[in-house]
Ligand binder design. Structure first.
Ligand SMILES: Cc1cc2nc3c(=O)[nH]c(=O)nc-3n(C[C@H](O)[C@H](O)[C@H](O)COP(=O)(O)OP(=O)(O)OC[C@H]3O[C@@H](n4cnc5c(N)ncnc54)[C@H](O)[C@@H]3O)c2cc1C
Length: 333
């Protein structure tokens, strides 16, 4: 799998992929390998092994300092040609998607984009890459029967990283390719970091998500008040975002953010598949909905059936009381 890094830091999705890849490799009884490309990145190999890899192939080269399609594709294609992997995974980040599509084209193989579930058919040695399809109404499992490697990009935050094990042993293989800056068709002039609120939502420990069932100005005020009381971040379903009640970067779901907080409040949220794919891996889900048959209750840890406009103010009152009793702090541990 492609281990994405920037400024010497491995992307979270690559660590998650190592966890998912470990499971697939064990089923297929093959080693799990990571590809690390960059400038001065060899030192990251021990982390890649500690998170689950057996082998790390490293190409350390100044031309690979910043991600560029051409140079990274050449590195991956060289390694794929030499070691012939059965399966090749990438994080579905902007760079991961860009690289995967370029490699797939060059190697004339298939690519399943934005996967949310992975498995293998051990007998047929086929990767089963599943993702929402047809407007998110069904989950489609996509196979690449004829060409190799079988490739997929995997959405961040849907797989679970293994705990880091510093005692794990693996092999580091240094490789070299000929790359010259003059040959590159693109130059990186500057790298500008994107510091947006999005990161807050993806990293939030507690999220209060408002759906259409509480989707008016009064309802959203309650959502914000509940979030403020417990130090949570606010998110919304697409319906709430499209109604202009919350900004786009706070949308959770298939076409929004994927989140994995410790606690997720789904308030007035029906639990449509396109929403659920973005939050189902939250540790604890508390749903409030007036319809006892709402699909959100199928993924909820705790469900409260009733009118959110009545329940949420009571919840806020009780949580404020707990805060006072705890000396102003709310602990989620
Ligand atoms: C291609 C595609 C991509 C999509 N991407 C996303 C996405 O990223 N994120 C997303 O969220 N959606 C997405 N959607 C939309 C998705 O299908 C649903 O339409 C949307 O999630 C529904 O939002 P909702 O739960 O807020 O509203 P609804 O489905 O209308 O549900 C409202 C819920 O509130 C309950 N309710 C009503 N009144 C009350 C009350 N007083 N108290 C308590 N409960 C109450 C109702 O019982 C109901 O269950 C996408 C759709 C498509 C086709």
């Amino acid at each position: 799998m492609f281990i994405e890094q920037s400024d010497g830091e491995i992307a979270g999705v690559s660590l998650e992929l190592l966890g998912a890849g470990r499971e697939l490799a064990d089923k297929l009884e093959v080693p799990l390998s990571g590809i690390l490309l960059g400038d001065g990145v060899r030192k990251l190999s021990s982390r890649v092994i500690g998170y689950g890899a057996d082998i790390v192939y490293v190409i350390d080269h100044p031309v690979l300092k910043n991600y560029r399609t051409e140079s990274y594709m050449r590195g991956v294609n060289f390694l794929a040609g030499k070691y012939k992997p059965e399966i090749f995974l990438y994080g579905a980040t902007p760079n991961g998607k860009d690289l995967a599509s370029a490699v797939a084209t060059d190697l004339s193989t298939g690519l399943t984009a934005d996967t949310t579930m992975l498995d293998v058919d051990v007998d047929k040695r086929l990767l089963e890459a599943s993702r929402p399809a047809f407007g998110g109404n069904i989950m489609a499992t996509i196979l690449c029967k004829k060409n190799r490697p079988q490739m997929a990009t995997v959405r961040p935050k849907v797989m679970k990283a293994l705990p880091f094990d510093e005692t794990r042993q693996g092999t580091i293989i240094d490789e070299e390719i000929s790359l010259r800056e003059e040959e590159m068709r693109t130059k990186v002039i500057d790298v500008v970091k994107d510091i947006t609120k999005k990161a807050n939502l993806a990293d939030a420990h507690v999220i209060v998500c408002g759906g259409k069932g509480i989707g008016d100005a009064k309802g959203l005020q309650l959502i914000h008040e509940l979030a403020n009381t417990i130090g949570a971040s606010v998110g919304g379903t697409r319906d709430v975002i499209e109604a202009g009640l919350l900004p786009h970067e706070l949308q959770i779901g298939q076409t929004g953010e994927t989140v994995t907080p410790k606690i997720y409040f789904a308030i007035g949220v029906s639990g449509a598949i396109q929403h659920v794919v973005g939050m189902k891996n939250s540790e604890l889900i508390i749903a409030i909905n007036s319809d006892p048959h709402a699909p959100i209750f199928e993924v909820a840890t705790y469900g409260i059936v009733g009118d959110a406009y009545e329940i949420v103010p009571k919840l806020i009152e009780q949580l404020k009381q707990i805060r006072v009793e705890q000396g102003g702090e709310v602990s989620y541990v």
